[in-house]
Design a protein around this ligand. Structure first.
Ligand code: DCP
Ligand code: CA
Ligand code: CA
Length: 365
């Protein structure tokens, strides 16, 4: 099956977090700065919002130069606070993870994910998941991001770049070369300036040219492993897997209700699809859980949770449907406001030892 890979990247991340925290600065040029402390303005710009970028301010630029470019433009220079962005990043990764099978964090504000199983190889259905991820992050954290879908990590990454800011770019397998063929090889994931230079020396400037290049020629210059990667990546066929950096400690799915409610039964109804997703995730990852949680985010955005821990590991979510309904009615009884979003979390995970009989039992292929 053709893989369906996604890449998500937050827009002007640190600066956007600052804008969310202090909306009154929106519309003005904002630069987040790393002050080195030597003199008042020594240090570099960490990132800038798009307004500041219009005046040529960018990551890595000396603060002094950025200030000069923004003179008379009513700029805001903010001290970088990495722990703040890390906390936001962690919450965003969790939100994104709740929609996909596997999520690989690739930096503080970006991640790859694999939707091959969830979408059954269908890019349209993957696109609707991608839109949901974007909505969830916008709703939950007020942040915009860009998402790309493609048949490999390299394609997905290029797609999210081209969707910036705030967009979604879907590159179906058929349109891969039309999408990226004319781009410079330096845009390919994992291709640095040194590789670009060597390729240029060989008369290879664009991705299409690299895709057509003779692999044995590439091997002479880059060695077998890199040569094969370059050639495959340029053809959109690199098979670098999306891998969770750490074993997940929980699986969760959270949805936004069609309208706010305190009705536990209604919440359960709207969670049917999410529950099915979690069920197939348990199966595909050969995992059991012992703790089941019902989550409700109320209209004032506070989060309430009710959990139940079972004596033995559970490998089929549908077995504990009644327990889940119970947890939601407890939530509903205790909530002083309506539910806005609801979710299911499975934790205390463990590996299934006998996957085969499990698959047979639940009748999955
Ligand atoms: N960053 C940094 N110094 C750099 C590059 C980045 O401190 N030289 C930090 C600040 C960025 C964050 O990492 O907000 C993410 O980097 P990105 O390259 O994804 O850039 P942005 O998110 O800022 O902007 P874009 O909208 O182009 O993704
Ligand atoms: Ca970014
Ligand atoms: Ca990034």
């Amino acid at each position: 099956m053709v893989r369906v890979i996604g890449h998500i990247d937050l827009d002007y991340f640190f600066a956007q977090v600052e804008e969310v925290e202090n909306p009154s600065i929106k519309g003005r040029p904002v630069a987040v700065c790393v002050f080195s402390g030597r003199t008042k303005d020594s240090g570099v710009v960490s990132t800038a919002n798009y307004k500041a970028r219009e005046f040529g301010v960018k990551s890595g630029m000396p603060i002094v130069l950025a200030k000069r470019r923004l003179e008379g433009r009513d700029p805001i220079m903010i001290r970088m606070e990495i722990t703040k962005y890390e906390a936001v990043s962690e919450r965003i990764m969790e939100l994104a993870r709740s929609h996909v099978d596997i999520l690989e964090e690739a930096g503080i504000d970006e991640a790859f994910f694999d939707l091959t199983i969830g979408s059954r190889g269908d890019f349209n259905s993957a696109a609707s998941v991608a839109r949901k991820i974007k909505e969830t992050i916008l709703e939950g954290e007020r942040l915009t991001c860009s998402v790309g879908l493609g048949r490999s990590k390299a394609v997905a990454k290029l797609a999210s770049d081209s969707a910036k800011p705030g967009g979604l770019m879907v590159v179906s397998p058929d349109s891969t070369m039309a999408f990226m063929g004319s781009l410079n090889v330096g845009n390919l994931y994992g291709v640095g300036p040194k590789t670009v230079k060597t390729l240029e020396g060989l008369g290879i400037g664009t991705i299409a040219e690299l895709a057509r290049a003779d692999v044995s020629l590439l091997q002479d210059y880059f060695g077998r492993k890199l040569a094969l990667y370059l050639h495959a990546a340029a053809n959109g066929e690199d098979d670098d897997p999306v891998e969770e950096r750490q074993e997940p400690t929980q699986f969760s799915r959270i949805i936004t209700l069609k309208s706010d409610t305190t009705d536990a039964e209604e919440a359960m109804n709207q969670l049917t699809e999410a529950a099915d997703d979690l069920r197939s995730r348990l199966i595909s990852r050969k995992t059991s859980f012992r703790t089941l949680s019902a989550i409700a985010i109320l209209t004032n955005l506070s989060t309430k949770t009710r959990s139940k821990t079972f004596e033995t590991p559970i490998w089929d979510l549908s077995i504990v449907k009644n327990a889940l309904a119970d947890l939601f009615s407890q939530l509903s009884d205790s909530a002083d406001r309506e539910f806005r979003r609801v979710g299911i979390r499975l934790s205390d995970l463990s590996a299934n030892s006998d996957q085969k009989s499990l698959a047979e039992y639940v009748g999955e292929p």
